[in-house]
Every structure is written in C-alpha cells, then in structure tokens.
Design a protein around this ligand. Structure first.
Ligand SMILES: Cc1cc2nc3c(=O)[nH]c(=O)nc-3n(C[C@H](O)[C@H](O)[C@H](O)COP(=O)(O)OP(=O)(O)OC[C@H]3O[C@@H](n4cnc5c(N)ncnc54)[C@H](O)[C@@H]3O)c2cc1C
Length: 549
C-alpha cells in the first residue's frame, strides 16, 4: 500500500469497471480517463475498494468488478488539467481523499512516566494499546478470558461436553467477540485511521486484499494466526497482557471521586494514569458494578431477531449467473434491507457468513444466543445471516439495563425451548411464514443440533411481524429465501450492545471521571470489528493529546 505525503495528493476515482478476466494494470489508464486527467500525471495507483457487480440487468449483461481507484498525483494537477477534470469532480466521478493522520501522538506531559490500563483485549482494546505503545506509553491490558490457545481448548470442550466456561468462550478472551467469526473487516466508518489499522492486520498475516476488497474478510482460521502475531508485536513494544483478570470495581483518588487511581480485579489491583474501558457488549455485571460506583450508563437501541440458514448453493444460484462463477469467485454473499411497511418495523440482514456455520455465542449458562462464523475459504455448504429488527426503550421499558433484561428473558426462553442443553430451537422459513409447526427440520451447520419449535410464537409479535415482512421481500430478491430450504435458528440478540456509556464527543472521557475513556461496542460506540478497532485507536489518540489533567 502506498502512502501519500505533503507533495502529493490522492484522488479517488469512483466506479471504474473491470471485467472478470481483465488485468488490474488496466486500471491506471481507465481511472485517469474517467477523471479527465492525463495518465502521465499519475505517480501511483492503489485499489481503494473493489466489489463484484453480479446483477442481471438484462440477458447479455455480464458480471464485473466495480473499482474505486486511488491515484497518487503531484500537487497542482487541477491547474495542469483541462475542463474535463473539473467536470469529473462535479459529476462525482472522482473525489479528493482526506490525508491519513499519523498513528503516533506526542504524549501529554501528564502521561509521561505513567502507565495506561486498557480493559478488554477485543479489537477496541488491542488497537488502543497499539496507538499508546507506538507513542511510547506503557500499557497493561487486562482481559477476564484466556490467551487464544487456551480459549480454543475451552471452545472445543464446550462443543464436546456442553459445559460452558463463563470466563472462556466465544465472547471472552484474546481477540474479543470476533475471534471466532467470519472476520469481516470492511466498515462504513471511512476514518483516516482505517488504512494504518488495515496495514497492521496485513503485517500480522491478514490477506493483503482486505485493504480494498469491499467484502473483505479474514476468516477464523487465519484470525487465529494473526492475533498471536499482533500480541507479539505489542509485547515487543512493552505492552503487558494479563489474562484471567476480570475488572471488578474502581478505586478512587481522593474523597471527591473525580479520578480513578486503580482497578480492583480478580487478579489484584492495577494502577495507571488513565483507563480505557472496552469490555464488549456482554459484560453486564461489570457495568452494573461500575454504574453502582457512579459511572453513568444509558439505554440505547439494539437489534434482535434470528439467524437464517440456507444451502450455500441456493444463494449462489440467485447471485451468480452460473455455477462456474461460484468456483471462480467463491461463495456468494448478500446484504438485504426491508423498510418499515404494512404496520411492521423494518428489518435487515446482518453479519452474513457465506460457507459458514451458526455458533452459540454465549457466556452465561441458560441464555442462548447465536451468531455466525466462517473459515477463510468459506468452504462449508451453508450460508447464514442474522435477520434483525431494531428495538429500544419504547419496547423494553425504562431503566438503563432494561435492554439487558429484555434480551435475557428471550435468550432464556430460547434456551429452554431448545431443551436446555444448547440445542437451538428452529423452524423452517415457510412454516414461520405460515405460522405452523415444522414437522421435519432440514440439516443445519449448528453443532449442538436443532429442535423444532414455533419461533413465530417465541418471538415478540412486533419482531415476528418485522421478520415476516422482511422474509417476504427477501424471497423476491433471492428465490427460495423464505421457502422450505430456509431454516430459522434462534435467538440472535447480540449483534449490537444495548447500553451506552456517555462520553464527551471531543475529549472522549466521561463527565464523572477525568481519566475514564469508554470505547468500543460495549460502550455503545462501535458495531463490528473494524469500527471497534478505530474507536479504540482514536480514543487512545485523544487521551495522548489531552492527557488526564
Ligand atoms: C460469533 C461472532 C461473529 C462476529 N463476526 C463479525 C464479523 O465477521 N465482522 C465484524 O465486523 N464483527 C463481527 N462480530 C462483532 C465483533 O466481534 C464485535 O463488534 C467486536 O469484537 C467488538 O469489539 P470490542 O473490542 O468493542 O469488544 P469485544 O470484542 O467484545 O471485546 C471485549 C473484551 O473485554 C473482555 N472483558 C469483558 N468484561 C471484562 C472485565 N470485567 N474485565 C476484563 N475484561 C473484560 C472480554 O473478555 C473481551 O475479550 C462478531 C461477533 C461474534 C460474537
């Protein structure tokens, strides 16, 4: 990947077409032409985004890639180019790119010589530590879960014995919630820190295509090679990891409780100049303890629904023109949205895992929540995705933790109705639509097995109606989506967090405590791996800039 500096500028040329068999070297000329500039002006070329357009507009239309091409140009290109360049900008064929911002920030004097504590070794915590350590600040990362190798052993044991370890599971431990996932790494955040973060993932072993692929993903198998490398690189810069260390409460400095002196944990006390709190969306008891000590917490909207699974072949058939394309391009994916209509709320697909499997992403006995993961080759015969609608305080009632209560009541209902041993309740999509029992369920990738249940009656009416409306619409876009080959598996209740820890927009700290920086998904500021990385990294930059005085 090539950076641009002060003497060069970066122009993103949007929507350049590339045929499936065409060589990428053609993009330099094609992008320059589309932007109305002389190709001799181009100093460098980089693919900014690349996505497949497999829509069938007519019988003769062929699938192709739509590429956003970044052209590195010398300053002053506007003056040297003619009117066609101005026209291209006005028509939206090209836009100037914001220069990247440096990762390192000179530490504020109040931080020099001190340590910063990061709570949570998920994407937000890891990338906060990445920025701090690169800027010369010493960091302790605490995580209640274990290092990756141990975590994977706990996961295998859970699959074998159905005995859940509440501190080592798909949600807690090295890498956080996305460690067993599709590792989708694309984001709509479009932040200047995105490129350096992607570069770090690539240096650690992620495929270089994540820098531009509009559907970039790493896959669980690769993530498990990348994360230890990231840890090693952080340790080399002096970051200390403390596994099996659960934050319990704050210890305050002075009687006015304005700042936090140290953290009481399951593994002793840790002191530092500041705390970055990135505990993810499932650490309810931690947040309740901290709220009892004065940290403000408020309810926010969250998503709830089910997982839907189909044979991957059904999705490939709908998305590609022939089966050859699946061999060439890999398992097809989708992203579907249904606006509110006929009195039902809107719903959308989320976290689609082509060639993947449905997993129990749980940390508490008796509460069943599902999610999806895939390996880097997307090689299983199944495709699954969340179909969710949005709920908020209007549905859950008042109180900061009402969303948790609402979510947990349903998770408990789904756990019991699956038989109480992590078997998941399931219903065929056509039976869900018709409101009847599923006599026989098709096979599923979900390892604990499925049990026929009336998902249409287990879900709250408003969620059922939103999902039915959406499935009806999606069936028109993907033939067979709501038919007998679709299987609804539930519950999918944690595709987002249900609380927010309020923080100042500029200083990113809480108004209650001068040195507390909530970050990531659990604090309500991210909704995926990449947005969590960016949020953690940016919070660390602001802490470095402003200090804690
Ligand atoms: C199965 C699954 C698949 C997913 N797939 C994708 C995907 O493909 N793409 C995508 O963008 N997103 C995906 N997500 C969502 C993504 O993983 C999260 O958005 C992201 O991990 C949030 O990052 P975070 O750092 O804010 O929190 P988390 O990743 O949740 O990390 C929080 C960390 O804090 C630790 N912790 C919690 N409480 C304490 C405490 N009291 N003391 C110490 N440590 C504590 C936890 O052990 C955990 O390691 C998936 C999630 C799951 C569960």
């Amino acid at each position: 990947m090539r950076h641009f500096d002060k003497s060069t500028a970066c122009l993103r040329v949007l929507g350049v077409r590339l045929g499936l068999g065409e060589d990428e070297s053609i993009l330099r000329e094609r992008a320059a032409r589309r932007a109305g500039i002389d190709v001799a002006e181009v100093r460098g070329v980089r693919i900014g985004r690349k996505s497949l357009d497999a829509r069938r507009r007519n019988k003769r239309s062929k699938p192709s890639f739509v590429v956003h091409v970044d052209l590195i140009l010398d300053e002053g290109v506007e003056k040297r180019s003619g009117a066609r360049f101005g026209q291209a900008l006005r028509a939206g064929h090209a836009v100037w790119q914001t220069p990247q911002i440096p990762v390192e920030v000179k530490p504020h004097s109040s931080l020099v010589g001190g340590r910063v504590i990061v709570v949570g070794a998920g994407p937000a915590g890891l990338f906060a530590a990445w920025v701090l350590s690169r800027s010369g600040i010493e960091v302790d990362i605490l995580d209640r879960g274990p290092v990756l190798s141990e975590r994977s052993r706990a996961w295998s044991s859970f699959l074998r014995t159905r005995e859940l370890d509440p501190e080592s599971n798909l949600l807690f431990g090295e890498g956080g919630a996305g460690t067993y996932s599709d590792g989708k790494i694309y984001t709509r955040v479009d932040h200047p820190l995105e490129v350096p973060i992607l570069e770090e993932w690539i240096v650690c072993g992620a495929p270089p295509g994540i820098a531009y692929d509009a559907r970039a993903h790493i896959g669980t198998d690769r993530l498990h090679r990348v994360l230890p490398e990231l840890r090693a690189r952080l340790e080399n810069r002096g970051v200390r990891f403390h596994w099996g260390t659960r934050l319990e409460s704050f210890v305050f400095d002075g009687p006015d409780h304005e700042s936090i002196r140290s953290l009481e944990t399951s593994n002793g006390e840790f002191s530092g100049k500041a705390v970055i709190l990135a505990t993810g969306h499932s650490a309810r008891e931690t947040l309740e303890n901290l709220a009892a000590q004065g940290m403000r917490v408020e309810a926010k909207e969250f998503q709830l629904g089910v997982r839907i699974e189909h044979p991957q072949e059904l999705i490939n058939r709908a998305r590609y023109q022939d089966s050859e394309m699946a061999l060439q391009l890999g398992a097809a994916d989708y992203g579907l949205t249904c606006k509110p209509s006929q009195g039902a709320a809107g719903a959308h697909s989320f976290c689609m895992c082509p060639g993947g499997q449905i997993v129990a992403s749980v940390n508490q006995q008796g509460l069943l929540c599902t999610n999806g993961m895939s390996n880097s080759r997307h090689s299983s015969p199944w495709a699954n995705a969340a179909i969710v609608t949005t709920l908020g305080p209007k549905e859950t009632g008042p109180g900061a933790f009402a969303g948790f209560d609402y979510r947990e009541q349903l998770e408990s209902l789904f756990f019991d109705s699956g038989g109480g041993d992590w078997t998941a309740p399931a219903q065929r999509a056509d039976d869900f639509m018709a409101g009847r029992d599923s006599k026989k369920l098709g096979a599923s990738s979900y390892k604990f097995g499925t049990h026929p249940a009336r998902i249409d009656t287990l879900l709250p009416d408003s969620v059922r109606d939103a999902l039915r409306n959406a499935l009806d619409r999606f069936d028109k876009q993907i033939y067979g989506y709501a038919g007998s080959e679709g299987l609804l598996v539930g519950l999918e209740s944690r595709s987002s967090g249900c609380i927010r820890i309020p923080r100042d927009e500029i200083t990113r700290r809480t108004s209650e405590f001068l040195n507390l920086f909530p970050a990531g998904e659990g604090a309500g500021y991210a909704g995926g791996i990449m947005s969590a990385c960016i949020d953690g990294a940016r919070s660390a930059q602001v802490l470095l800039r402003d200090g804690v005085s």
